[in-house]
Design a protein around this ligand. Structure first.
Ligand SMILES: N[C@@H](CCC(=O)N[C@@H](CS)C(=O)NCC(=O)O)C(=O)O
Length: 435
């Protein structure tokens, strides 16, 4: 290892640790975080079973949700079960936009629609019906779905959804984009009014309830997609909504299901049938920051429009452990030859855990950026771990001796079959065939 000195006039020399070779896989392993307890620990997307201190024989519910945690209606049920601490099993299903629907699920639900729940052996589809059935079996989370204070809020959530779709999912000229923005702003202000009317931070006051759970999935997607496609920072424009997100981010349940701007910016187009950018300077700047960093994307250290949660101390170790778990599949799926990407990936991971700058093998930038663009939150790792991982991949790509600015293969807009989970599922079964 050596230290390179870079000094600009009038500044102290900045020391940069440069290494000639990356760590080996076994050296990297020593820096990885321990696997958390998926059954009993905090909400996590990798769990196949959640027990909340009860015995497995107490489990009455199976939740069928999508592999990538992209389906908003699945997040609604997932968050409700976690908040109510109901023991449940999870079976993951492929969405049409990223792969082949499992034959066993089509036999169960011929339309292939998610989410679905099996409650005491009875199959239920449609997220609102599922919540009603779960409330019937286990009791509600605050006032239930049919309560007089919840019904108008459920209608407001649908109005907000409509206004968002109208703005995001249709091509607009300058004037109609501004009109759609105004309409969205008006409905978002109605949500703010509802939040303020009971003193917040939640919709029915100081305690989180079903009404909040109903709003979470799409408001999270609005915040991400409007930043990326419209340059509109929802949390900065609407303080009561920001306060609501802040209160959600105090909860390990929400943090376990929470995605980030990059993931939603690229998972929504195939699900929504298209998302249209308005091309304003602030939109282009934000989209570039969301794709390439640096973070926080708002450009200010005081206001981070994605999260109020400070990066946990073990974020880099968590990112590393998640990559190590899937490294063989990641290497095989990467467009670079295996040996080349193996070394390039170790360079990025050495950068991640030691901060050392290691030049990757010539020609590896596209493969590093391929992975940078395909880290999905929370599926692969939490928000802060993903930021650090993307940053290390980008920093390493930018040291490619051949072409440091070579882009990775673009992300498709009509589908996301580049994210087919099948090879990862096959590898997981090979690792532990009984699980
Ligand atoms: N009204 C339904 C909507 C569910 C829905 O639209 N699910 C979509 C995913 S967000 C789906 O499963 N589509 C089939 C697929 O993409 O594979 C509900 O509330 O559950």
């Amino acid at each position: 290892m050596r230290q390179d000195r870079h000094a600009s006039p009038g500044t102290l020399p900045h020391l940069k640790i440069v290494a000639d070779a990356p760590l080996s896989w076994s050296d990297l392993q020593a820096h990885a975080a321990c696997e958390p307890d998926r059954h009993e620990g905090p909400t996590n997307p990798q769990a196949g079973l959640r027990l909340f201190g009860q015995r497995e024989s107490a489990v009455r519910v199976t939740l069928f949700r999508d592999h990538h945690a992209w389906c908003p209606y699945c997040q609604k049920i997932w968050l409700w079960l976690e908040e109510r601490r109901i023991p449940y099993r999870i079976r993951k299903v492929t969405m049409f936009c990223y792969g082949e629907k499992e034959a066993w699920f089509k036999r169960l639900v011929p339309s292939g629609m998610l989410p679905a729940v099996e409650l005491d052996g009875r199959l239920i589809t449609e997220s609102d019906r599922i919540l009603e059935a779960l409330e019937g079996a286990f009791g509600s989370l605050g006032p239930g779905m049919g309560q007089p204070e919840v019904m108008p809020l459920r209608r407001l959530e649908r109005q907000l959804f409509q206004a968002w779709c109208q703005w995001l999912c249709y091509p607009h000229g300058t004037r109609s984009d501004a009109a759609a923005a105004d309409q969205f702003r008006r409905v978002a202000e109605a949500m703010e009014k509802a939040l303020r009317s009971r003193g917040g931070p939640f919709l029915l006051g100081s305690a989180l309830s079903t009404a909040d759970v109903v709003f979470v999935p799409y408001v999270e997607r609005m915040s991400a997609s409007l930043a990326y496609y419209k340059g509109y920072l929802l949390r900065q424009r609407h303080p009561a909504i920001h306060r609501w997100f802040c209160a959600l981010e105090q909860r390990s349940t929400y943090l376990g299901t929470q995605s980030d701007f990059h993931t939603h910016a690229h998972d929504l187009p195939p699900q929504m049938g298209g998302c249209y950018a308005n091309g304003l300077p602030e939109q282009r700047l934000l989209a570039q920051r969301i794709d390439q960093g640096p973070w926080p994307v708002g450009g200010s250290t005081e206001f981070d429009p994605e999260t109020t949660q400070i990066a946990p101390a073990d974020a880099a170790a968590v990112a590393l452990s998640r990559v190590l778990r899937h490294r063989f599949t990641l290497i095989t799926r990467n467009p670079l030859p295996d040996a080349l990407f193996d070394q390039a990936l170790r360079c990025a991971l050495s950068q991640l855990v030691l901060g050392t700058e290691v030049a990757p093998p010539p020609g590896s930038a596209p493969g590093l950026r391929y992975l940078r663009d395909r880290i999905s939150v929370p599926r692969d790792m939490p928000l802060h771990a993903a930021r650090l991982m993307r940053q290390s991949l980008e920093r390493t790509a930018s040291r490619d001796p051949l072409d440091p600015s070579a882009p990775g293969p673009g992300l498709p807009l009509q589908h996301r079959r580049d994210q087919d989970p099948a090879p990862f599922v096959a590898a997981a079964i090979a690792r532990s065939p009984i699980a």
